[in-house]
Design a protein around this ligand. Sequence first.
Ligand code: HEM
Length: 193
Amino acid sequence: MEQIKGYSYGDSALDKSPITLQDLDLLKKTLLWSKDDERYLNMAGKVLQDQTDQVLDLWYNYVGSNEHLLYYFTVDGKPDERYLAAVRERFKQWVLDLCNRPYDQAWLDYQYEIAKRHHATKKNKTDKVDSVPIIHFRYIVAFIYPITATIKDFLAKKGDSPQDVEGMHNAWFKAVTLTALLWCYPYVQQGEF
Ligand code: HEM
């Protein structure tokens, strides 16, 4: 597999997530996570495997047509194409990781890494760009809806039954909510997460 620039999933040098596997279990329980969700996510992984470019076209079109969002990819007020392109490759991989990876310690640790990459702790460092310093917290949460709503048509493209499409979509919604909330960690004060 071609190496994705800046993608360091499973790297032993990553910081350990401050959230434990026990915390993760309780979060999943809170999200009404079930064995069916795992099965449906794996199914979604197969359905989305060869569609990640089209998915990213749609999401980048959405970001690109919203100046207040594109702002987070700008350097000196202009969108940085190199930055956008580098993040796009990791974003494509994230779609597949969300569906296919086991949610274990390595997964948790990479969620912590991505959290820091959105926050001032580490934004811009991976791609060595001089862009704006932080993605504001409010948009991390707001993104859950568009990332969820827009995936449905892609999940329906491979002829699965409406019931299976619904199952995949529901599991995707839970998985996106789970990741986005893990990425909120650096934004809240110690002891408040
Ligand atoms: C990075 C997904 C919210 C802008 C990334 C990456 C993924 C991702 C997968 C690459 C991670 C990696 O380095 O491996 C998501 C999801 C979000 C979300 C699922 C919410 C549910 C946002 C928002 C913005 C944004 C609201 C603002 C427009 C960026 C930027 C980077 C990035 C600028 C690069 C950060 C860096 O410098 O390393 N995002 N994102 N993201 N995202 Fe998000």
